[in-house]
Design a protein around this ligand. Sequence first.
Ligand code: X8Z
Ligand code: ZN
Length: 688
Amino acid sequence: MEACKGAVFRLTLFAFLTRYAMCQEYFRMGVNTNSAEASQFLREYDREASGMCYRVTMSQWRFVTNITENNRRRMLEELALSSKFERLSWRKAAAYDATRLSDPQGRRQLMKIVMGSRAALPDDKYSELQQLITEMKEIYNSAKICPYGQKPYDPHIPREYIPEYQTMGQTYHLANQPYQHYQPYTESSESNYCDMQLDPEISRILAHSRIESELLYVWKSFRDQTGPKLRNRFMRYVQLANQAAVATGYRDAGDQMRAPYEDQSFRASVEEIYNQVQPLYKQLFTYVRRKLVQRYGETTVRSDGPIPAHLLGNMWAQNWKSIMDIVMPFPQSPNVDVTAEMLRQGFTPLRMFQMAEEFYTSMGLKPVPPEFWRGSLLARPPQRSVQCTASAWDFCNRIDYRIKQCTEVTQQDLVSTHHELAHIQYYLQYAEQPQLFRDGANPAFHEAVANAATLSVYNLPHLQRVGLYQNKSHDPYEVGMNFLMTMALEKVAYLPFAFMVDQWRWSVFEDGVQNMNTRWWQMKLRYQGVIPPLSRSEGDFDPGSKYHIVSDQEYVKYFLATILEFQIFEQLCQASGHTGHLYECDVYRSRDAGRLLSEIMQAGSSKPASEIIKSMTRGKTNRISPEALVKYFRPLELWLRVQNRDESLIGWNSNYHDVALFAPQRGQADTRGISCIALVLSSILTLL
Ligand code: X8Z
Ligand code: ZN
């Protein structure tokens, strides 16, 4: 289960960049320099914004924990009110020349209101943009596909993809849910027959089916149900988001999205980090590819080529942990999962949350308030429809904090419970900041802090300390490598994907919407080394298969969070006095680690992230650095190098056929009239 910070309110008023020294000439500011007036405005804003945030968050909570038409309507009404409030506040804030105000915290708050908003657009365009995003999200969320291989017959799927007879009735058993692989079609099931959604049905097939034709079918069908309906709306969205950004003083909407990082060479910084982790990724990639060649054969996976994107256990090839069965380093040693032990000891969702709370209080951090236990939804309620993705909620009144999680008694959910409670801890720690600063130091911080804490929870020493794992007579080296491989499939495999999503989005904002799908696959090939399993065209819109693209959520934060979580974890481990492998560190019961964590969290976004990193690393650096991640995986990297020693190529070679899968054909969506050959050549050149 993926986990997330809940309140969506901040997505509209998303944080921003102060770009301080520059902003006078760069942004059009107002003329009012009266500091007393500005302070008065900010005090009122703080009160009203907190109240507005409470109402919107409550309406969203009611909707996602009880999905009814009525709750949806109320939520939309509250969101409309909050949009009005945002526009009004923007106008008031933009009347000040923030750069001339004497109080630096006031300046920072004013800049936050003005620079993160799209309220500089005229009314009609602002509403159109909001409406487009709502529609795109609805199209995405309502995408459904038919089960594999039965009526209604899809003429686009070649004959060889019609299911093998012998797959009928095969059943996979997952953690708690038996999964029926093949549902024979009957007339009576027609009404809800084509009813498979991304979560959970389609994702489960991609994770657990090992039938190539079935993987291909769901991979393609989901894209057919999303991309083409989203493409034109997305193009208009790009136009309007760019207009809003320019009217606010940015070059384009990508520039505005990068602003909260307060780093003038942000793109170069991110690219440098990517380059530093690429060698590790290529080692992992090369080893995984060999295992896939062994599993699916050379005709499906070329032994020095890119990997077809449907074989990696995930719709976007972003998290490969579901193919651990194919790539496990030491299958004779266990891949530790304490689910069975938790069930044996009679764990319940409530006990899991109490245990996670004790993890934080053992470090001297805050217990959750009574309102948390009263208001949270910790298990799937019977007889009502709920959006089950785990999330942590701050109701903006310094009292009410909640988690929504349809908890099952599994190790995965135990980790998720600690992750969500870390978000709550963050909310509690920065609660005394003004509303505008109640957020992570930059957009990557919340996820990074939550994941840093969970890095401690996953590992064997911790599971032993809390009585969930007894050291059996297994080879500790083999158990360690299996553990690190699971972590690498989740974290290292993810990095190039998390990096490329916004590379693509920024390029669309910057260079325009022509050949969007080709450019998406160029980047997938260049950074991830994956290709589409069948031919794509500009009629497809594969970026639209990723929710964060259509819902206007920036993505590079997940790349940076994955890097930063290891950096934070290493600092916590140092503070706790840990020696030895980083992957074996447990910060449970360390007051010193708790003190450091609370220092990181307390400032919220009142200071630039660089200051927080500098004090966290005791002056060593003020930048996000991948050194700790590389160190964490070093033992696995050494093992991978040995496994890959006979490989002719670490990484991938792409050829004409790979690129032809997604380069536009002559005359198709090639607005500049470049011939097919020229485009294929230029694609190959870009890859070099
Ligand atoms: O979007 C999410 C969470 C909400 S913050 C479900 N995640 C990213 C994704 O799904 O792509 C968590 C991992 C990365
Ligand atoms: Zn999270």
